[in-house]
Design a protein around this ligand. Structure first.
Ligand code: PXL
Length: 280
């Protein structure tokens, strides 16, 4: 099939303001030249990282009817990519979506999108983390950061105090959940360097894509990375190439983000970098 004719479904929330989840995934995957359908898991006035008093409309009850309609229409997707989900019940629903809406050779990508820096996001608990681990087990590719991988596998989170044997053991545990490939973000063994570690079932060695580490962090960069990774993968890149495309794009987005722009990364300014990375 021609790349231009491929279709991605992404399911995550709409944070109406704040540059994350669907307001990031839709433009980025579209910029990769891929048709993108969306399934909103919830609608929030803003994301939950740094704002207060946000509204939250859980769309769990709408999902089965949407899936039924799509099944009647005979829709099927070449990739299904999930991010932040609105409730534990939705995790079960995603398993059903995988079964009903996957085209032959569909790639299922799960970004657990529930925690960072050793902490769960607001509203999530240990049971949710374990349910998310089970969902990663159904994915072809799981895309956790180190905190998420640790929480899904009951591994102690050690901050920056890890070495390659900790990362290797963590990735083996994520593979043991059932996913075929784990793409672990935020791995750094050296000051000034940050990387993405990739391990598939049966691999002897971890593959890495490493780039410079900036002194700042921006909210929503996990979503930017996962969206560009998905777009690049559907464009035919290998997981390691997709990690390079997504890593360099995310870095460029962070560099382009104005001082004081605290709630997200200005990824829109970095689209030329995404396009040139896709051409390499
Ligand atoms: O970027 C992940 C994300 C997505 N959606 C919502 C969030 C967050 C992280 O805080 O709050 C609603």
């Amino acid at each position: 099939m021609n790349v231009q004719d491929k279709k991605v479904l992404t399911m995550q929330d709409i944070s109406c303001f704040g540059q994350c989840s669907l307001t990031v995934a839709l433009p980025i995957i579209s910029c990769c030249g891929i048709e993108t359908a969306i399934l909103p898991s919830a609608v929030l006035s803003t994301h939950t990282g740094g704002f207060s008093g946000w509204t939250f409309r859980d769309l769990t009850d709408d999902i089965p009817a949407i899936a039924d309609h799509w099944t009647k229409e005979g829709l099927a997707f070449d990739a299904i990519y999930t991010g932040y989900l609105g409730s534990a019940r939705q995790i079960e629903m995603v398993k059903d979506l995988f079964a009903r809406l996957a085209a032959p050779d569909c790639v299922k990508i799960v970004d657990p999108a529930m925690a960072d820096n050793g902490k769960l996001y607001y509203g999530f608990d240990e049971a949710y983390a374990h349910a998310m681990g089970a969902l990663c087990g159904e994915a072809d590719i799981a895309l956790p950061n180190i905190t998420e991988a640790a929480m899904m596998t009951d591994t102690p989170y050690v901050g920056t105090g890890y070495d390659e044997s900790y990362i290797r053991a963590l990735m083996e545990k994520v593979l043991a959940l059932g996913t075929k490939t784990v793409v672990l973000t935020g791995v750094s063994y050296k000051a000034g360097e940050l990387g993405i570690a990739i391990l598939s079932k049966g691999d002897k060695e971890i593959s890495y894509y490493t780039h410079e580490k900036l002194d700042k962090s921006c909210h929503g960069t996990g979503d930017i990375f996962a969206s560009a990774f998905t777009g690049a993968l559907v464009r035919g890149k290998t997981p390691l190439e997709a990690a390079r495309v997504a890593g360099n794009f995310t870095l460029a987005a962070m560099k382009a983000t104005a001082e004081g722009h605290w709630y997200g990364a200005q990824f829109e300014k970095a689209f030329p970098v995404l396009l040139s990375e896709l051409e390499k």
